[in-house]
Design a protein around this ligand. Structure first.
Ligand code: ZN
Length: 285
């Protein structure tokens, strides 16, 4: 079965074909039954999934040619962006944190969203990279059980949680949300892959390269709290909404955890890949 890959081109919802070289416009391909706004489509995820099943296996005249760098942020206006800190065992060790007993949650503000291939405007001398697996909510609610959590997820995508460590650690105790919310510091994409059509959603290979050098490499099963646990925890406190993003934490190898530290420099290219979910690429300026 073809994977459902949901993206955004020129502000309109699209389905990216298996070849990754073409797409169809959701509104046009559904003959106007589904909207063009990506956020409105995520609220109607089951209908989008049904539409994706009708995509022809071979390229057809209805399809438009795609260069992946054309893709915009697939979830442009989430109401909430949650992020979990210290959620990989190896990363907890490098940052000299103990293992958390409950998810350590902070927010990235939606005004920091960027395109999957957008430029990162560095600020100061201590900007850092954090490769992450990101879950997108399709059906919101409160008190969602871990057992039912996957049925509330639209899909998964690749994320970068760019972080200004200087701002994050400016005080004691440190604060996370502002240091992770500078303009353009939240990149996701390149498209959203339907969680229901993935062969594996709990053990994916994730890699972050900075200017060609592998800096982070993990399997996502090194996570301390898995996606269903995080959804159950969050929804027990906050109402979740369709389109909300959940950054699930970064593995070891961040710049601040290295000796000597390796912070981002102008001209660096940060390339983040998750198995079966694609690659996003951000150039530091
Ligand atoms: Zn992070």
């Amino acid at each position: 079965m073809a994977n459902l890959r949901f993206g955004c081109v020129a502000g309109r919802a699209v389905l990216v074909c298996d070849s990754l070289k073409s797409f169809v416009d959701v509104e046009k391909f559904s003959a106007g039954k589904l909207p063009s706004d990506p956020m409105a489509c995520i609220e109607r995820w089951a209908e989008v999934a049904a539409l994706a099943k009708t995509l022809p296996a071979v390229e057809s005249v209805e399809m438009s040619a795609l260069d992946l760098t054309q893709l915009d942020c697939p979830v442009p206006r989430p109401r909430q962006i949650f992020a979990v800190g210290v959620n990989y065992k190896a990363h907890a060790a490098e940052m000299k944190h103990g293992l958390p007993k409950e998810p350590l949650v902070f927010t990235k503000f939606p005004s920091s969203l960027n395109r999957p291939f957008g430029a990162i405007q560095l600020v100061g001398e201590k900007c850092d990279y954090e490769a992450e697996l990101v879950a997108v909510i399709a059906i919101g609610g409160r008190d969602i059980s871990a057992k039912n959590a996957w049925s509330h997820v639209a899909g998964l995508c690749v994320g970068q949680d760019f972080s200004d460590r200087e701002l994050q650690y400016a005080n004691t105790p440190p604060q996370f949300s502002l240091g992770k919310s500078r303009a353009g510091f939240t990149t996701i994409g390149p498209y959203l892959t339907d969680a229901a059509t993935l062969d594996s959603r709990t053990n994916l290979e994730m890699t972050c390269r900075v200017s060609g050098e592998i800096m982070q490499h993990t399997q996502t099963d090194d996570m301390i709290f898995e996606i269903p646990d995080i959804i159950a925890y969050l929804s027990g406190i906050c109402e979740l909404f369709a389109g909300d993003l959940i950054y699930t934490g970064t593995p070891s190898g961040v710049g601040a955890g290295r000796t000597p530290p390796r912070f981002l420099r102008r001209g660096d290219i940060v390339e983040t890949t998750v198995q079966n979910l694609g690659t996003i690429r951000n150039t530091c300026v």
